[in-house]
Design a protein around this ligand. Structure first.
Ligand SMILES: [Zn+2]
Length: 90
């Protein structure tokens, strides 16, 4: 996603704005891998292959979330990895 998209994205659950961005792999203004997080409801939204996954809990892919957290856990906040919503590592 383009970094400037951050200016218009809000949490799909509670509409909180702005979201926090952690860049894991960026190329210029393009975020290839990263995560958006909501300070209000403690949900995170992975950015995978440039696509932010901004879905409600019931449509999230648990396997994909777990793989994402496992891949990037060394670069993500410990709280997100251990207790972030909707899925976290146990
Ligand atoms: Zn939220």
């Amino acid at each position: 996603m383009q970094r400037r998209l951050l200016d218009i994205l809000a949490c799909p659950i509670d509409k909180h704005y702005p979201l926090q961005l952690i860049e894991l792999n960026a190329s210029g203004e393009k975020i290839v891998d990263g995560v958006l997080s909501c300070d209000q409801c403690k949900r995170y939204y992975p950015i995978i292959d440039e696509i932010p996954v901004m879905l409600p809990d019931e449509l999230r892919n648990k396997k994909e979330d777990i793989e994402f957290l496992t891949r990037w856990k060394g670069k993500l906040p410990a709280e997100m990895v251990s207790s972030g919503l909707p899925h976290h590592l146990s």
